[in-house]
Design a protein around this ligand. Structure first.
Ligand code: NAP
Ligand code: F7E
Length: 327
């Protein structure tokens, strides 16, 4: 019989790739979406437009326990992937309260509803390398101490501890992925890689003149989202629940992204990029680089798509969209 999975955040970058991955494995896939998304599907369901006849969508609010409880009560779930979150770090500095509300309470509501209604359902929590923040060691592993540097990161540390607490207190199968940055042509336009690839493409076709950025020296460990969702699924297939770092082990700067993206289009980023202090963060995470040895050994997971190939894929996709006037 087909296994059934629920994805919160199915309309996001990772949710869309995970839905594809699970459908490919023969799962029955359900997703929680905001009610407003069902009312304006073209704008809000774009990333899963090609899957709409194969997934079941339930309106639900992460901020409301009754709403989560009612969705979890409706579907006999084997696995739940909790991806929904206010995921933009910069926004969390502007409105830490709503980030906390969505990310901390939302996670607690999903866990509590599962405990009441589906205690045997396996649960995945979308943890983040941001939890390491002001890093204590390089590279970071599952044992590295957390030192979160933004309200977003604090919310994810809390979600991580809640997940472990439900695992230890109630014997539930609750696992956390500690995922380093992963990108794709489906990345939100405000995140730095997509901001750069979309701007480079718009500049190339004459729809934009300049690109304003913040800290060009910040470094990240950037992988491809399509590969990272496979690790999420693998975590829930283990004999015992555990936590895993998912990363490439390589690091590049924001400047490298600029150089790579503009050069795919035959341009020199130095002719177009301006620095704007408004994009600097009150506290920065300077050097995140992950050691995914445990995922490699236990999940048989390994990233294959390198940094240059990732950025090039994003630029080529954005060039098509820019040529059609869609970005
Ligand atoms: P994303 O593209 O920003 O997607 C976030 C999803 O959460 C969207 O489906 C969004 O729905 C939903 N959501 C946000 N607030 C909600 C609310 N109040 N109620 C219901 N749904 C809400 O994020 P992503 O890149 O796919 O990341 C997925 C998860 O992994 C997030 O938890 C993120 O924090 C975490 N993570 C991401 C990365 C990364 O590099 N991508 C790394 C580590 C961890 P709408 O479409 O309606 O806004
Ligand atoms: O910033 C610098 C910025 O917003 C990357 C989320 O998925 O990954 C993501 O968080 C770096 C930062 O992603 C601009 O200061 C410079 O150092 O693309 P980002 P993020 O903050 O790393 C983690 C793992 C998550 O969990 C999050 O959910 O780029 N930067 N100039 C800029 N960043 C932005 N956004 N815009 C700029 O103009």
């Amino acid at each position: 019989m087909a296994r059934t999975a629920l994805i919160t955040g199915i309309t996001g970058q990772d949710g869309s790739y995970l839905a594809e991955h699970l459908l490919g494995l023969g799962y029955e896939v359900h997703g929680i979406v905001r009610r407003v998304a069902l009312e304006s599907q073209r704008q809000r369901l774009g990333r899963i437009a090609h899957l709409l006849d194969r997934v079941v969508l339930h309106p639900g609010m992460l901020e409301s326990y009754p709403s989560i409880y009612s969705v979890v009560g409706r579907v006999d779930l084997d696995e739940c992937y909790h991806l929904a979150a206010q995921s933009f770090v910069a926004e969390s500095f502007d409105d830490g309260f709503s980030t906390m509300q969505t990310n901390v309470m939302g996670t607690h509501f999903v866990l509590a509803a599962l405990k009441e209604l589906r205690p045997r359902c396996r649960f995945y929590f979308a943890g983040s390398s941001e939890m390491f923040g002001k890093v204590r060691e390089v590279p970071q592993t599952e044992d590295t101490v957390f030192h979160p540097r933004s309200p977003y990161a604090v919310s994810k540390v809390t979600g991580f501890h809640l997940t472990r607490n439900f695992r230890e207190s109630y014997g539930m199968f609750c696992a956390s992925g500690i995922l380093f940055n992963h990108e794709s042509p489906r990345r939100g336009l405000e995140f730095v890689t997509r901001k750069i690839t979309s701007s480079a493409a718009r500049i190339k076709v004459g729809r934009q003149q300049r690109l304003a950025l913040g800290n060009l020296d910040a470094r990240r460990d950037w992988g491809h989202a399509r590969e990272y969702v496979a690790a999420m699924h693998a975590m829930l297939q283990q004999d015992d629940p555990d936590d895993y770092v998912v990363a490439t082990g390589r690091t590049n700067s924001v400047r490298d992204v600029c150089e790579c993206a503009f050069s795919v289009l035959g341009l020199d980023y130095r002719d177009y990029v301006d620095l704007d202090p408004k994009y600097y963060r009150p506290a920065e995470v300077e050097l995140l680089i992950g050691d995914a040895a445990k995922a490699r050994e236990q999940l048989d997971w390994e990233p294959r798509i390198g940094f240059e190939a990732l950025i090039e894929e994003m630029v080529r996709s954005d060039l098509e969209l820019a040529s059609r006037g869609e970005i």
